[in-house]
Design a binder for this molecule. Structure first.
Ligand SMILES: *Cc1c(COP(=O)(O)O)cnc(C)c1O
Ligand code: SF4
Length: 330
């Protein structure tokens, strides 16, 4: 396997030329505004890279990839029980840029933006400006002082929007902390711009003594194209897991979920979590009820080996781990 399948700066060009206008996105997928309930006015910008748009079906207003990124009028509905910070992340802040939600591990808000803006995002109202990290990552001081922290989870935003040199610097600083055993990266960049998987990225991750875990966020099998498979193949020496969000109109279908698990595993990724949508303002139209989710999960478990059936989970603020709604059995 070549260590880096793409030229070093191809992904940055894709990041810069991501589509941000609703009209252009609809043109590219061959839809008119009358066919979809789209709007540019949501307070959470449209942002979608072209390699991802290339995987959408033309002329289909219900395409599951389009639905994940297209701003719609439903987002402005205010729905009881949906708020800006349903996970109460503001109370988990230990330092600027550092959240402590789970025992033994911390979340580092390594970047304040993403390559794609997912409409269902649980951090769509997150105050990133308050968590911006300087080039020496001061949030790491709290990790150095606390030997109970065994795992640093790079989150965001998307930590892989950082330039290779900046990302390398961050990873090496974490690697120098003796009590940290694992470095975990939660990312959607290899999903939307597979060219992000550069030789420099692989070299820096392969060069640290800690174990590296990469949690991808694929929600639908159609997201996995040939370039994604190449990117995941190049990351094959690391532990690759997937976390999906269960989303109405995107993947709330047993055939879709089974196919997603199959394609993930074929690309070297283990399905890890199937996450209930969080009650974030502007996302209520994606909600799937707990009863429906459990029924879907049972039907999925009946068709897949246990290791291809993700755990169905929900995030409940204040708990030390995610709440398990169903595991691999039926
Ligand atoms: C749940 C979650 C984590 C922590 O996951 P565990 O595997 O339960 O430790 C980290 N990042 C995000 C985005 C999550 O949703
Ligand atoms: S990549 Fe993750 S953090 Fe970024 S917008 Fe999508 S769901 Fe939110």
């Amino acid at each position: 396997m070549p260590s880096g399948p793409w030229p070093a700066d191809a992904w940055r060009r894709e990041l810069a030329r991501a589509v941000t206008a609703v009209g252009e996105l609809l043109d590219l997928v061959g839809l008119s505004t009358e066919q979809v309930d789209a709007t540019q006015e949501t307070g959470f910008a449209l942002r979608v890279p072209r390699p991802y748009i290339a995987r959408m079906r033309r002329g289909d207003p219900y395409d599951p990839l389009l639905r994940q990124v297209l701003p719609t009028v439903q987002e402005s509905q205010s729905v009881a029980g949906y708020g800006a910070d349903p996970l109460r992340e503001s109370s988990a802040v230990v330092d600027s840029g550092l959240l402590r939600k789970y025992a033994g591990r911390v979340l580092l808000i390594a970047a304040g933006s993403c390559a794609v803006n997912c409409r269902y995002c649980f951090r769509r109202h997150f105050p990133y400006a308050e968590h911006r990290q300087g080039s020496d990552f001061p949030a790491l001081d709290a990790v150095r002082r606390d030997a109970t922290i065994k795992e640093v989870i790079l989150s965001g935003g998307d930590p892989l929007v950082l330039k290779d040199s900046h990302f390398a610097d961050l990873v090496r600083r974490i690697a120098d902390i003796d009590h940290v055993r694992r470095i975990r990266i939660h990312t959607r960049l290899p999903v939307v711009i597979p060219q992000r998987v550069t030789a420099a990225l692989i070299d820096v991750l392969a060069g640290v003594p800690q174990q590296v875990v990469i949690v991808l966020h694929f929600n639908h099998g159609n997201e996995i194209d040939g370039d994604c498979i190449r990117a995941l193949g190049a990351l094959g020496r690391f532990t690759l897991l997937n976390q999906s969000v269960l989303l109405r109109g995107v993947n709330d279908d047993v055939n879709v979920l089974v196919e997603l698990s199959e394609r993930l595993f074929a690309a070297g990724v283990l399905p890890y979590y199937l996450h209930m949508p969080d009650a974030v303002a502007g996302t209520a139209h994606f909600d799937v009820s707990e009863a429906e989710a459990k029924a879907l999960h049972r039907r999925m478990a009946a068709r897949l080996p246990g290791y291809l059936t993700p755990k169905l989970v929900r995030e409940t603020p204040g708990l030390a781990a995610k709440e398990l709604l169903a595991s691999s059995g039926i």
